[in-house]
Ligand binder design. Sequence first.
Ligand code: CUK
Ligand code: CUA
Length: 635
Amino acid sequence: MTESRKPQPTEIDLNDPSDSEHVRLSRRQFLGSSAALMGAAGTGLGAGLLAPANAAEDEHNDIQVAPGELDEYYGFWSGGQSGEVRILGVPSMRELSRIPVFNIDSATGWGITNESKRVLGDTAFLTGDAHHPHMSMTKGRYDNKYIFINDKANTRVARIRCDVMKTDRITTIPNVQAIHGLRVQKAPYTKYVFCNAEFRIPHPNDGSGMDDIEAYYTMFNAVDAETMEMAFQVIVDGNLDNTDADYSGKYAFSTCYNSENAVTLAGSLRNERDHVVIFNIERIEAAIQAGDYQTLPGADKVPVLNGRKGSKLTAYVPVPKSPHGMNTAPDGRYAVANGKLSPTITLFDIHKFDDLFEGKIEPRDVIAAEVELGLGPLHTAFDGRGNAYTTLFIDSQICKWNMEQAVRAYQGEKVNYIVQKLDVHYQPGHNHTSMGETLDANGKYLVSLCKFSKDRFLPVGPLHPENDQLIDISGDEMKLLHDGPAFAEPHDCIIIHRSMVKTDKLWKRDDPFFADTVAMAKQDGITLEQDNKVIRDGNKVRVYMTSSAPLYGMDTFRVKQGDEVTVVITNLDTIEDLTHGFSLVNHGIQFEIGPQATASATFIARDPGVYWYYCTWFCHALHMEMRGRMLVEKA
Ligand code: CUK
Ligand code: CUA
């Protein structure tokens, strides 16, 4: 592991005076304490009245990030059906970069280079449907190691390295179909990535038992975050939707629809209620230790545990029909299941889960509140001040509500738990607050990922962009700040303070991403940093060359028709931002070579003739001249 991949200090850098978060935070603390002092001195001004008003005024969040200025937050956006992850700056909402994951990308050569194909394994050339990007955590705080994301379409989970912002591992989850909800274990550190397989299938799924619908089932899955191997699978009743974890590391919980175990829409709406499944991670680990599991063909090392109704490893809590989002509050106590078909949210008291598993209370006793918010509640985010923000898909609104007030209302008190409803445009799915899924939730920004943009942007044909709206939640009132069009549906995003994301500016020559290519060169007796040579090995030809603006180390190389050619390029430039590319005309070969990186691609030289290759990333005044010829001789 390289230095920068170790957990980074997660606190905001208080020694960095340029860090405006620090300046604003200390101002807020100052205002808070002075107000409290006045209150204590009997001025009659309550701290709660004075501080927020002033703080809101002072903290006026501006989306204006002037040229040359940097955004305060990183946003990591799912690229939805595009299969990628996007990096945005918040609050400017400027797109900073894209990380190809479950897609083929001509700019970087993802899915084309040998290095990316090694990551993609036997699923190279599959496309994907990305939903839930989440960064690894240590003690409930982002640790800058990895970002994980699911591929619903092809049942995969990917890991992105935060030092270089490239995908480094992809795992296909065995014996299930369609990985949907994904979250990380928040504490003590991200040992597991929890991911829900959504669709129930026969086991084994080999053409037998296809009509025995009752016997279908799906599983809750845990992937080891470091090895990216399967840790365990838990059989459940119903279809799993979204998931989240607590701040002790002991529990994960998932929303489930289709408790009827049906295969049609009508069938899955028969029951009055569905459920949330709580997974007792401690008990699951103990059961694995005790050998209390089975394995399934095709993945004989993966422990498969029985977590169906009645199991000691799980608890089923009935909730209104078809719940969707599952979100843990940063107070560590509450988690929200969002009603979707029901206008309600269900607020779970995580502190009661121990009692539930010990049989001291009934499943519904863990519910602290079940209150109405509006139509189509899908996902909830938090500000760290006791408020929750729930998207109302059908109402096209964000509903801000207070959790403690909701608990009191549920207990029968006449209190108003709804603080404000803000129109968004239109039909929001996920929303996310700055640092909101961690203990550092700071209640500054909220992003509403709207599924429809309708009239908010210039028309671009029948397929409209989505609309990612930025909302200021620092004051008492939510204020809409910005409309941001997005292509393909970013189901989910996370917003991370810039002090907690550290990336490298250059590749390191010993980076594991291209280590196999370096090893191949070594076997060929090649020193990548200086050699420009063609190595022939039967009909396999390896072309090693360097790049240094504005030249490739070789302006001509010769192969024979039918050869399998591997071009390996090492970028000698050591200047930040000096990326070269390699595009071989009419061969579908195109990739990026970052400064100090090695990249390679393999193809068949099918047709004799001259084929030019050229640099695709503008690197120099003579970038257009950075080119060369592949001469393919007749066989
Ligand atoms: S799901 Cu898309 S709006 Cu895949 Cu998180 Cu709720
Ligand atoms: Cu090298 Cu453009």
